[in-house]
Design a protein around this ligand. Structure first.
Ligand code: F0G
Length: 457
């Protein structure tokens, strides 16, 4: 076996800026121990997100120059629509400026007080848009998905028994929609099997519940199906994707992930009745139906990116690079979520920092420590992001305390990843020196973006 290399050459480079440890100690303190408040020039390796941070290909940049900027009926829209239809086979494609705009429209129409939206795990903006409509978001992840150290092929699956029980308890009329996140970002970037999607489809159909896919990382999920689910070994990624979407009544998508774009998204569906309501909102909040908050050039970049992301050489390298980092960390004894996800490596802060209780945010403390150690920026997916308070104001912690190191697509090389591994291992070896963090300021929703924290003694 030879080294699996990056399947691209670099045509344009962007310098990165080095800082000293002393500088970083001051920077993280001034940023209130919140990585969202650090300036990007102060970050050496930026693993905050894989969203909107991809390197576009030369074909995509060439497409940008072909962008038709007509307000209505732009050629770029029709190329975009064709590309999305080739994957989803859905008749109605509505462009939006990013994923959460599609969510906002969908849940404004579908959500509302007294309703429940079921998922494997809702992403933070998806949950926020559901709750903002007055509805409640319900995560019904399979039990394997809740144990970070457990190796299983499809830890993103929905617990079908729990879903059935939930329908019996609440009544199907109060559940307008189920949305499956592929891959399951908040649960470790873990894939969902075709089998699980089929089972959920049949449950939804029987109970008159719409099934949508949160398709941000559909290609990575399809690659896992090809590699791990029997019967798909010889199928193309496009065929797997077409089957996956065939079970759905619609999807939301952020083109900032598996379309290699810096901005963009869409909402796709089969029901014309639902589409009429969605398009009305689109025109009020995003723009006309053939651009939806995007420039024609963005639509071109999405049309091309959606094809490129399904190339197997790319997906092979992509998934392998996440596995590579996971293996290096595992060999050094660092507790990581296993197996590696599709787009990120997740460190298990609960396991790594048992001396920091959930109300002092161990995963956020680990994010800060990684930054100080080597200028690596990750993000907390734990009690700061998903914690709630009970009636007495005590924290109800999240299920897991994770640090996500999301790998931007086609951006970093193997030596960058080797460096990241060194920084994590060094931090792990000095873990007992890491201190918990206290919240000094928090917003009522999506608090992790703007929260201000302070180190405890
Ligand atoms: N759904 C999932 C599963 C996501 O991961 C995201 C974004 C969205 C929806 C919203 O899309 O950002 O285009 O509005 N995830 C990013 C992340 C921000 O860092 O994981 P968006």
């Amino acid at each position: 076996m030879k080294t699996i290399i990056e399947p691209f050459k670099i045509k344009s480079v962007e310098p990165i800026h080095f800082t000293t440890r002393e500088e970083r100690i001051k920077i993280i303190k001034d940023a209130f121990y919140n990585p969202f408040l650090i300036r990007s020039e102060d970050v050496l390796i930026d693993l905050l997100t894989d969203s909107g941070t991809s390197a576009m290909s030369s074909a995509q940049w060439a497409g940008v120059m072909l962008g038709d900027e007509s307000y209505a009926g732009s050629n770029s829209f029709y190329r975009f629509e064709k590309s999305v239809k080739e994957i989803t086979d859905m008749p109605i494609i509505i462009p939006t400026h990013q994923g959460r705009a599609a969510e906002k429209i969908l849940f404004t129409v579908i959500g509302g007080k007294g309703k429940y939206i079921v998922s494997n795990t809702l992403f933070d903006t998806t949950r926020a848009n559901i709750e903002y409509s007055g509805a409640e978001g319900i995560d019904l992840l399979c039990s394997e998905g809740k144990i970070p150290s457990l190796v299983a092929p499809f830890k993103g699956n929905i617990d079908t028994d729990a879903f059935e029980k939930f329908i019996r308890e609440k009544g199907s009329e109060s559940i307008p929609l189920c949305i499956i996140t592929v891959t399951n970002n908040s649960g470790g970037g873990q894939p969902v099997s075709m089998q699980n999607i089929k089972e959920i489809k049949s449950l939804c159909k029987k109970n008159n519940i719409l099934l949508f896919i949160d398709a941000c990382r559909f290609a990575e999920n399809c690659y896992f199906i090809k590699k791990r689910e029997s019967g798909y070994e010889n199928s193309s990624i496009q065929d797997i994707a077409r089957e996956l979407f065939s079970y759905a009544d619609g999807c939301t998508m952020s083109a900032k992930k598996d379309a290699f774009c810096n901005i963009g998204g869409f909402l796709a569906m089969r029901s014309e009745e639902l589409a009429v309501q969605c398009r009305n909102l689109l025109i009020i909040t995003e723009g006309f139906t053939t651009y939806g908050g995007l420039a024609g050039r963005d639509l071109e970049a999405i049309a091309i990116g959606l094809k490129e992301v399904m190339e197997e050489d790319y997906l092979h390298y992509r998934i392998r690079s996440i596995e590579y980092l996971t293996e290096k960390l595992t060999a050094a004894g660092v507790p990581v979520l296993k197996p590696g996800g599709g787009h990120a490596v997740y460190l298990d802060a609960k396991e790594m920092l048992p001396h920091i209780p959930p109300n002092l945010y161990p995963a956020q403390a680990l994010v800060a420590a990684l930054y100080v150690e080597g200028g690596v920026r990750g993000v907390e997916i734990g009690s700061l992001m998903f914690g709630k308070y009970d009636v007495n104001g005590n924290l109800i912690p999240a299920m897991m305390e994770l640090v996500r190191l999301a790998i931007p697509r086609r951006v970093y090389t193997q030596s960058h990843i080797d460096y990241v591994a060194e920084v994590i291992i060094e931090t792990f070896n000095n873990r007992e020196k890491i201190k918990g963090l206290k919240i000094e300021f928090e917003a009522p929703v999506l608090r992790h973006f703007t929260a201000k924290l302070k180190e405890t003694k």
